[in-house]
Design a protein around this ligand. Structure first.
Ligand code: SAM
Length: 255
């Protein structure tokens, strides 16, 4: 089994002796049952990944001594996820999976039908951190404070196209509703985009309102897309959309 990875926000270099914080020491000592002499990998987005030996493990804390350089850090694609917070478990899952799938920023947005108005950003940050450690990435996605969707769109940098997943099923009488109003397939939208920076937007359980849909579809940087003929749960839609984006545009395409 590969040695566990620990993110350390301090300078990493050969020979350095670094103290783990309390939560990390507890995780390594109690959950992973490692002790002095065992090895771990330590990493961060600046200094890459290093092999380190647990030099000291006691009630006072845990120290690791860095031994060998393993590899340089790799950047994640410049990809943002905007999502309307859902129930707690599903929101946690979205943050964990978006981290695994290589999103650089996670931005909770409040839409008109968002039910879960409270977002525990500190909790989401620790979920993202843990997922980053497990998933062999080097950076932890930035988790923004929640923001109203309209405000986020207002302040949008138009050089970042927004892939907007529009289920468009409940307004059959409108040009954007029903089967005829579905966005193009996400794969088709991706093939037309030439950009180094991108964002994906997924709505809440109740979908977007007519007003939000009209606003989104009127904006030049927005690309309305379909994720197929079935209506997916928000968390499934996040995973599906990010997988397509990573495979057609992001670092799966470049791997
Ligand atoms: N209540 C909505 C309805 O019945 O039409 C469904 C909302 S869905 C659970 C949550 C979000 O996932 C949507 O707002 C959309 O962003 C995305 N989504 C789910 N299925 C989709 C699809 N087939 N095409 C595009 N987006 C989809």
């Amino acid at each position: 089994m590969p040695e566990p990875r620990i993110l350390i926000d301090q300078q990493l270099s050969a020979g350095a002796a670094l103290a783990l914080d309390e939560a990390q020491a507890r995780h390594v000592g109690t959950a992973l049952r490692l002790s002095a002499g065992d090895h771990v990998r330590v990493f961060n987005a600046r200094d890459g990944e290093w092999r380190a030996r647990i030099a000291d493990a006691s009630k006072r804390g845990m120290k690791v001594q860095i031994e060998d350089f393993i590899c340089a850090a790799r950047a994640t694609p410049d990809l943002d996820l905007l999502f309307a917070p859902v129930k707690r478990h599903a929101t946690d899952l979205i943050v964990e999976k978006a981290t695994e799938l290589g999103v650089r920023r996670i931005r909770p947005v409040i839409t008109q039908r968002t039910i879960a108005e409270t977002v525990r950003v500190d909790r989401l940050r620790s979920i993202a951190r843990e997922a980053a450690e497990q998933t062999e990435r080097f950076d932890v996605p930035e988790i923004a404070e929640r923001l109203a969707l309209a405000k986020a769109l207002d302040a949008w940098d138009a050089s970042r196209p927004l892939i907007y997943a529009d289920e468009a099923s409940d307004e059959r009488d409108k040009p954007w509703g029903g089967e005829s109003g579905r966005g193009v397939s996400i794969a088709e939208a991706m093939s037309a985009l030439r950009t180094e920076q991108l964002a994906v937007l997924i709505g809440p359980e109740g979908g977007f309102t007519r007003e939000e849909r009209a606003l989104l579809r009127s904006l030049p940087f927005v690309n309305a897309v379909s994720l197929g003929p079935r209506i997916l749960r928000a968390e499934t839609a996040v995973i599906a959309a990010l997988s397509v984006v990573q495979s057609l545009w992001g670092d799966w395409a470049k791997a």
